[in-house]
Design a protein around this ligand. Structure first.
Ligand SMILES: NC(=O)c1ccc[n+]([C@@H]2O[C@H](COP(=O)([O-])OP(=O)(O)OC[C@H]3O[C@@H](n4cnc5c(N)ncnc54)[C@H](O)[C@@H]3O)[C@@H](O)[C@H]2O)c1
Ligand SMILES: [Fe+2]
Length: 395
């Protein structure tokens, strides 16, 4: 059978490996860039981690300005502030340094500065193909994969909507993927960001828009994450585990950027927007229940994912492998102490009241249409209720 024609996009350059952040000045020079604005967050500055990028720049004679007012799960108003800072100086590139939030902020600043207007003007199905200046992305979590995706996710603060913005304007020019930056990530964030990465790989693999290019990367990522996530969570200084997770997160990013995500991400964004649950954590809350809902529509794919991710044995047939995937995701949530929505502190009545709107927003994002089993709004509401009851296994 001939594979479908696919449109593949990736950064022009990716430096991958321990210590590569020290080469930031060389990366800028390759592209004749010399006036960066570093987009980061308060923690990177207060912890001193920001020196890992500023020191090598300084040594090369490049004085970088820093915009560190980003917030976790970025909102449109912060992007507007960032664009004002950008306009106030003479910068030729942005360096997104941090987790997915600062990287997404840098990417959204580049998109908004190019076309003006409001951030919501760029949400899907619009195409955000233009950027005012290039972004070099340096992730410090493993992670969102944002360093190599054509997406940025920004909350519309007036509508409580986490918007997916997609296009070449949001794709970094270059990425530096240095796992040594992740040693300080605390266990909770290691778990949340690691499950986010696994979800990217799994959703890219079961997506209706999967293709041979994304499949290879998704399978490789599931192997790495299945092998290393628990160790990275329990032993933060374990170099092999941190390296495996970082590589897996980036591979997963390349996979889903070229195949899209599906129902978990579609239903996750509204939880983040309305209840301020970190992105990876809302994915983790949803993952067992949505996988159980979806497996029968693509058993061969889910079974291959289960074997690759070390949830099932090579000898297990598809039905057994699918069952073990669902059980394994439940067990993973227990081991990584993923709370239920109630344990996270969400009010039952507030959750119930928002479900119709959340279902509508999930469907409007388009991601559920990539799922092997495409749900109705009523089925999405039922899934949210199941997750609330903890039947996903995270009780
Ligand atoms: N653009 C994409 O393709 C894409 C994909 C998935 C998720 N996202 C978005 O990314 C955001 C989440 O990013 P995230 O999960 O990386 O979290 P984050 O960037 O919000 O960071 C979470 C916390 O971890 C801290 N942190 C980051 N690196 C650290 C380090 N090395 N040591 C200690 N602490 C560190 C941060 O300061 C912050 O407090 C969400 O907004 C989500 O929607 C984007
Ligand atoms: Fe994600």
């Amino acid at each position: 059978m001939t594979a479908p024609i696919t449109n593949i996009a990736a950064p022009r350059m990716m430096l991958v490996g321990g210590g590569t952040v020290g080469q930031i000045a060389e990366v800028l020079k390759k592209f004749s860039l010399r006036a960066p604005l570093v987009v980061s967050d308060k923690f990177m500055v207060s912890s001193g981690l920001i020196a890992r990028v500023l020191d090598p720049l300084k040594a090369a004679g490049i004085e970088a300005a820093v915009f560190s007012d980003t917030v976790p799960e970025p909102v449109d108003t912060i992007i507007e502030n960032g664009v004002a800072v950008l306009r106030g100086g003479r910068y030729d590139c942005l360096i997104g340094f941090g987790g997915g939030s600062p990287i997404d902020t840098a990417k959204a600043m580049a998109v908004l500065a190019a076309g003006g207007g409001k951030m919501r003007d760029y949400k899907v199905p619009a195409q955000a193909d233009r950027a005012d200046l290039p972004v070099i992305a340096i992730p410090t979590t493993a992670g969102t994969g944002s360093e190599c995706t054509r997406f940025t996710v920004i909350t519309d603060h007036e509508r409580d909507e986490k918007m997916l913005i997609s296009g070449l304007g949001a794709l970094p020019l270059a990425a530096i993927v240095d796992y040594e930056l992740t040693y300080t990530v605390p266990p909770r964030t290691t778990a949340d960001t690691g499950i986010d990465s696994f979800t990217h790989a799994l959703e890219a693999y079961i997506s209706r828009r999967a293709n041979p290019f994304s499949d290879a990367l998704a399978l490789a990522a599931m192997g790495l994450i299945g092998t290393h996530l628990r160790t990275a969570y329990h032993e933060p200084r374990n170099a092999a585990a941190r390296e495996g997770m970082m590589l897996g997160a980036t591979q997963a990013g390349l996979a889903f950027s070229n195949a899209s995500v599906a129902l978990v991400h579609g239903m996750s964004r509204p939880i983040g927007a309305h209840f301020h649950v970190p992105h990876g954590l809302s994915n983790a809350m949803l993952l067992p229940a949505i996988t159980r809902f979806s497996v029968a529509a693509a058993p061969e794919r889910y079974a291959a994912a289960a074997r690759q991710g070390r949830f099932a044995d090579q000898a297990d047939d598809d039905a057994v492998a699918c069952a073990r995937l669902v059980e394994g995701l439940v067990a993973l949530n227990r081991e990584l102490k993923v709370p239920t929505p109630a344990e996270f502190g969400i009010d039952a009545a507030a959750w119930e009241a928002k479900l119709p709107l959340m279902a509508e927003q999930a469907l409007a994002s388009g991601s559920p249409n990539n799922n092997p089993r495409v749900p109705s709004a009523a089925e999405i509401v039922a899934l949210y209720r199941e997750v609330w009851r903890g039947e996903g296994g995270n009780a």
